[in-house]
Design a protein around this ligand. Structure first.
Ligand SMILES: [Zn+2]
Length: 219
């Protein structure tokens, strides 16, 4: 999860984690105060997976005035014909057609980069020049990695999106898991995107899973 300063428009929360604890909301309040940020006005979801949207319901109870932004292909349609994720109304659904750029919030460029899920989005902050990439890349301490092929809903589409990301991203990348990359993010994504998917290898799979699990302890 990240907080993103939107200046006079307030503050956005990027993704809501698996769940929202009271410690977390205390921490959000502290960060807002310490950095003199405006109130939470938007919740930007990179994609619908539970570890990114599980806390949405609770977050919406805490910040009822925050508008929720998400890719429309990740939404379900409820009985009332509205777009929802985890039963929560998506106030600003954005196009999920690959490469579509929109401006759902002043100061935020959203780009549809489907494949990991059908509605995966990245959000680029014009103020801080940070790109929030969700699970398009995973930020290990010394390298970037792709999600497992099986973790992607459409791996071929995902690989196309990763190549697009290297052209569209700013040079600071904030992955949904792991470390923020504060230099050369664009070049590093291009390098990653050029690597072919290799044949299945159990040892590499287990190593990858352990490396991913370790990122849980990185704040
Ligand atoms: Zn995911």
């Amino acid at each position: 999860m990240y907080l993103c300063d939107l200046g006079t428009e307030g503050t956005a929360i990027v993704d809501t984690g698996v769940r929202v604890s009271s410690e977390l909301t205390v921490e959000i309040d502290q960060i807002l105060k310490l950095n003199r940020l405006g109130p939470i006005t938007y919740i930007l979801l990179t994609h619908r997976h539970r570890d990114h949207s599980g806390g949405l319901k609770r977050m919406k109870q805490i910040y009822p005035d925050a508008s929720v932004v998400a890719g429309e292909a990740d939404c379900k349609i409820n009985d009332g014909g509205q777009l929802v994720i985890n039963e929560i109304l998506i106030d600003i659904p954005v196009s999920s057609i690959s490469g579509t750029v929109s401006r759902p919030v002043s100061g935020i460029r959203a780009v549809a980069l489907p494949g990991h899920t059908r509605g995966s989005m990245i959000y680029i902050s014009e103020k801080s020049d940070v790109t929030f990439v969700g699970d398009l890349v995973i930020g290990h301490k010394k390298y970037l990695a792709r999600p497992l092929r099986r973790a992607n809903e459409d791996d071929a589409l995902y690989l196309t999106s990763l190549r697009l990301l290297s052209n569209l991203t700013s040079d600071i990348g904030a992955p949904g898991h792991g470390y923020v990359v504060s230099t050369d993010f664009r070049a590093r994504v291009a390098e990653l995107a050029a690597l072919p998917r290799r044949a299945f290898n159990l040892v590499r799979l287990i190593r990858g899973l352990f490396a991913f699990a370790r990122l849980r302890f990185n704040r």
